[in-house]
Design a protein around this ligand. Structure first.
Ligand SMILES: *[C@@H]1O[C@H](CO)[C@@H](O)[C@H](O)[C@H]1NC(C)=O
Ligand SMILES: *[C@@H]1O[C@H](CO)[C@@H](O)[C@H](O)[C@H]1NC(C)=O
Length: 264
């Protein structure tokens, strides 16, 4: 095993492994003509990247967040000179990294895992702390699912801001899965709808993350038949109480909401 330092990023190291995880890997982004070092840095610059495949012959760099549904990349199979650059500080290895503050390691693949952190800790190693009222964490974010707070979309957004947070931005499949599972883990949470930051109230059909610079939605998980714009003015997106998938809803409806903030 070769350890591989990334210049100008003192605390982050990549472990170079042989290619073993292809089938279970979701490729986020591929780039050509990078060096191995540039590929590693590229991964660090991408919020969801947990590791990168680097193929020496084709100089292909593929950022991944593994532990996702199977995506098979042809170039990985066609180039025998590929290696996996694991962002060790992001993918917590049960064997090597360890969980702090009473966190327990959940095995993902052989040699790597993630920490399940007790309240109020968060972050990949449970080294971070979530603010009060943010009862659950995933990766480096903390979330509040407060049963007693309800509001229309705009009140919800304002309330999250008053807590130093924002309405949740669902960035990818893994965060979506985490949120769905957290909703379904409790009967009361499961029975209600939850606002997200997704809206097209400024421009019909253009779904953006409100409070996050109005960036275009990086990820969408519409439920069956959605968005259906029932009544023509369903411009805000909730996790639907039945499907636990995205549903466009009237922004004026009073429902629960999920706030997200960074762990510190
Ligand atoms: C392929 O891998 C070997 C062993 O790591 C290395 O010496 C060689 O330079 C690589 N070839 C290319 C084209 O990257
Ligand atoms: C829910 O919000 C209310 C009102 O801000 C607050 O008093 C309560 O502590 C919150 N509940 C949790 C579990 O954070």
């Amino acid at each position: 095993m070769v350890w591989f330092g990334v210049s100008n990023s003192s605390s982050l190291w990549f472990r170079v492994q042989p290619q073993t995880k292809f089938i279970e890997t979701l490729i986020l982004l591929t780039t050509c003509s990078l060096s191995k070092e540039e590929c590693a840095l590229h991964c660090l610059g991408h919020r969801s990247c947990l590791g990168a495949y680097y193929c020496g012959n084709t100089k292909t760099c593929a950022l991944t967040n593994f532990n996702c549904a199977g995506v098979q990349a042809e170039f990985l199979l066609s180039d025998p000179n590929c290696s996996y650059l694991e962002a060790c500080s992001r993918t917590v290895s049960c064997l090597e990294c360890g969980c702090k503050n009473g966190g327990t390691c959940v095995q993902l693949t052989e040699g790597s895992g993630k920490c399940a952190c007790p309240v109020p800790y968060g972050g990949l190693n449970c080294e971070l702390t979530c603010p009060p009222q943010f009862e659950v964490s995933f990766r480096t974010s903390c979330y509040s699912f407060n049963m007693t707070l309800k509001g229309n979309f705009y009140q919800a957004k304002a309330h999250c801001e008053s807590m130093g947070a924002r309405l949740v931005a669902v960035d990818n499949e893994e965060e979506h899965t985490f949120i769905r599972q957290h909703i379904m883990a409790d009967e009361a949470r499961s029975a209600v709808g939850w606002w997200t930051s997704l809206t097209d109230d400024a421009s019909e059909g253009t779904w953006v993350l409100s409070g996050w610079g109005d960036i275009p939605a990086p990820f969408i998980a519409w439920g069956p038949g959605e968005p259906n714009s029932q009544g023509g003015n369903q411009d805000c997106v909730q996790y639907h109480s039945i499907t636990k998938l995205f549903d466009d809803e009237q922004c004026s409806r009073t429902i629960n909401f999920i706030c997200e903030t960074e762990a510190t």
